[in-house]
Structures are given as C-alpha cells and as structure tokens.
Design a protein around this ligand. Structure first.
Ligand code: AMP
Length: 197
C-alpha cells in the first residue's frame, strides 16, 4: 500500500478530538510514507488532515471538481491538485489513485463516498480495503445499522465483515496492509432467485 484515500468532513465537527485524530492520522501516514488522496479542500477536517500530512513531510494529492475550486475551497498548498469536471469523475479518479480507503467522521459527502466504495467492492469492482476510523463512538450507530441490514438479510454477513471499524490507527493500518477481499457473493437469495425462474 502506497496511497490511501481518506474521506472526512468538510466541517470540523463539534469536538476538538475530531481534529486531534485527523492530525494523528495525517502525521502517521506521512511517517509511514503513505501518500494521501483526498477531496482537495482546505476546509474542516479535510484541511486539517492535508496540513498534517504536509507538515510531517508527506505527499498530498487533492482531487477536486471545478465548481468547488470556483467556490475557493481548494487547498493551494498540496503536492498535486487535480481539477476534474464533476463529482462523478472525482470519485472514479480517487478510486484509481488509491490502494485503500479510510473514513474519518464526516457528513453526507463522507458517507456517500465511502459507501460507493463498499458498493463497488461487493459487486467485484475493486478489491481495496475500506476502514472506518471511529472517534468517540461516532460510527457506532452506522455499524449498528449495517448489522441490522445483515440481520434483515439485505447485506451478506461476509460483506459486512469485509470492512474495518475501530479507533486504533496502528491496528487499522496493519489490517489494511494484510487485507484479503472476501470471496462472498453479494446476493443472499441466489437459490430462491433461480427457483423462481
Ligand atoms: P461532508 O462529509 O458532507 O462534509 O463532505 C465531505 C466529503 O465530500 C469530502 O470527502 C469531499 O470529497 C467532499 N467535499 C465536501 N465539501 C467539500 C469541499 N468544500 N471541498 C472539497 N471537497 C468537499
């Protein structure tokens, strides 16, 4: 793993701890020689994370749609800023550039990006590790929702288990390094579907 994409809030959240953990992750990535791919913004946790990687001597690649550059939220100090035409293009480019994906706390944008990666992966598009770095239980309700999806037979248990969730950066990075994708099918009702044909 050489490059990790981190999705995170374009706001900083309510607690200083969110900022502290973004700095800890960015610093650690730079020390490990892991380049950061992210949304290219200078705002919220995104800006904090990019600054932390740069300050620790690491490499930062921002991928940002033109519209957001026009809104002047692009980070001007990153190693490389790629300006793309749309949000869709950005997701594809971030996917191509990255060996794995981490979600720090964030809002709709963060979840949208991370869930797209999980969705693609369960359909066999890509086989890269996806991890939720929890800060103060932020992602616990989301994980509970995923467990409910499994219990209600909308998500294959192997697909649910194919992601990492926790608060320890060392453990997370070690998991990502040795990641092997689940071989599970996306569909739980394969036999029933065939029987109905
Ligand atoms: P959110 O979690 O809703 O704050 O959205 C954050 C995610 O959406 C980031 O990972 C970015 O890829 C994208 N995003 C949202 N706002 C911005 C912004 N001002 N500049 C760059 N990217 C953004």
């Amino acid at each position: 793993m050489k490059t990790i994409c981190v999705y995170c809030g374009s706001n900083s959240g309510s607690k200083p701890l969110y900022t502290e953990r973004a700095i800890a992750l960015g610093t650690r990535m730079a020390k490990d020689g892991l380049a950061l791919v992210y949304g290219g913004g200078n705002v919220g946790l995104m800006g904090v994370l990019a600054d932390a990687v740069l300050e620790a001597g690491g490499e930062v690649i921002g991928v940002i749609p033109e519209q957001l550059v026009n809104w002047e939220v692009a980070h001007k100090g990153v190693t490389r800023l790629e300006v793309v035409g749309s949000m869709h293009e950005r997701k594809a480019r971030m996917f191509d550039l990255s060996d794995g994906f981490i979600a720090l706390p964030g809002g709709f944008g963060t979840l949208d990006e991370m869930f797209e990666m999980l969705t693609w992966r369960q359909l066999g598009i890509g086989d890269k590790p996806c991890a939720f770095l929890d800060v103060d239980g932020f992602y616990s309700p989301l994980i509970a929702m995923m467990d409910r999806m499994v219990a209600e037979r909308f998500v294959h248990p192997d697909q649910r288990d194919d992601l990492w969730h926790g608060d320890d950066i060392d453990v997370m990075l070690a998991w990502m390094q040795r990641y092997q994708p689940a071989a599970a099918s996306k569909w739980l009702d394969e036999k029933r579907r065939k029987a109905l044909r």
